[in-house]
Design a protein around this ligand. Structure first.
Ligand SMILES: [Zn+2]
Ligand SMILES: [Zn+2]
Length: 356
């Protein structure tokens, strides 16, 4: 028996060839000469099979992986290693030289392949939703019986910005697709309902108010056979803000704090703090606003009474002395508020701290 290629005799033959002729004829690996990679032009997602996947890989690595996946190693080849070099790039078309090294029957073999890879830059479904202004939920920020203050809008904008930054690290749909300033408030359109919900809860926790939610039917997704809903979340900030004055049961008080759980009102008759739950909101009456506060001067004081001048009429007025006002001195300026014809002294801040 002899090798049909080189004529060598006395050797074990493989498919009629000697060991070195057999190795020399092996192509080691087959690589398709034309390949395509689809990536998102806006984010780092890669289209693989029938799904889009986020990837941390560089474009070079993606190309290498695509080539490796599309290659089929010959059954007789072992230890095949690919080395890929870019030889030319025209736009999205890459010309690559792939060197394959391996062994066949223990004989080292090297092969070279020219491979063209086309990189298709498209938009992944999430980025196309973002680009088209897609949204799942709308947060309608309003204030009850008044307009929102600029300060409130700024606070809300800040909270939303911070939270979106955090949420978008794990939820690609956590984006603000639109912010509409309306006469009656602000509408925030969110890509993700989940994110909108988290943000609304955080806003209520910090600013108080009443929250409601209602789905709206937007149409039907025929391909999925499902109704399409979008969620409207309404957050109505209370008619009062910190510093405003409330009547509650038989108390007249100043709002000194409010959050998602309660409203804290300082009773102006006793200077004690009262917690009011949001369930009682409908029983509250705003009786004066923080802008109505005036200043006047203490003209005399006794253990039972404190006298001051009415801020508008300058008539002297005697008010009962209460704990928390005893440190006021004659001649000192104090803040006062007139509510339903009655004047109340607002204790200086240091006294509130001391009494608590
Ligand atoms: Zn031979
Ligand atoms: Zn994308």
């Amino acid at each position: 028996m002899f090798c049909i290629e080189c004529g060598k005799e006395d050797e074990k033959l493989f498919e009629g060839l000697c060991h070195s002729c057999f190795a020399a004829n092996n192509k080691l690996i087959s690589i398709p000469p034309e390949l395509e990679v689809e990536v998102c032009a806006h984010c780092s997602s890669l289209h693989m099979g029938d799904r889009w996947q986020e990837t941390k890989q560089s474009e070079e690595d993606l190309v290498a992986e695509t080539i490796a996946k599309a290659s089929v190693t010959d059954v007789n080849a072992d230890d095949v290693v690919l080395e890929i070099d870019l030889i030319n790039q025209r736009g999205s078309l890459l010309e690559l030289l792939v060197k394959a090294n391996g062994t066949v029957l223990g004989v080292p073999i090297e092969r070279e392949f020219k491979v063209n890879v086309k990189i298709n830059r498209n938009a992944c479904p999430e980025c196309s939703k973002y680009a088209s202004g897609y949204y799942e939920a709308v947060l309608q920020l309003r204030a009850d019986e008044r307009l929102l203050s600029n300060e409130e809008i700024q606070t809300v904008d800040g909270i939303i910005k911070n939270l979106l930054e955090k949420l978008s690290r794990t939820n690609r749909m956590a984006y603000l697709s639109q912010r509409l300033m309306l006469k009656e408030g602000v509408d925030y359109y969110f890509g993700s309902y989940k994110a909108a919900r988290k943000i609304s809860n955080a806003l209520k926790e910090q600013m108080g108010g009443m929250m409601g939610e209602s789905p709206r039917l937007m149409g039907r997704d025929k391909s999925a056979g499902k109704d399409l809903y979008r969620i409207w979340i309404s957050l109505r900030l209370p008619m009062f803000q910190k510093g405003d004055f409330l009547a509650h049961e038989n108390h007249i008080g100043q709002v000194i704090d409010l959050n998602g759980r309660k409203i804290v009102s300082m009773d102006l008759g006793t200077l004690e703090n009262i917690s009011i739950s949001w369930r009682q909101y409908d029983n509250l009456e705003k009786v004066a606003s923080r802008e109505d506060v005036k200043t006047t001067t203490v003209t005399s004081k006794s253990p039972t009474e404190i006298q001051l001048l009415h801020p508008e009429t300058y008539q002297p007025l005697d008010l009962p002395m209460i704990l928390g006002l005893t440190d006021l001195n004659i001649g000192e300026e104090v803040e006062v508020i007139e509510i339903k014809g009655k004047l109340y002294i607002i204790p200086p801040k240091k006294d509130i701290i001391k009494d608590n």
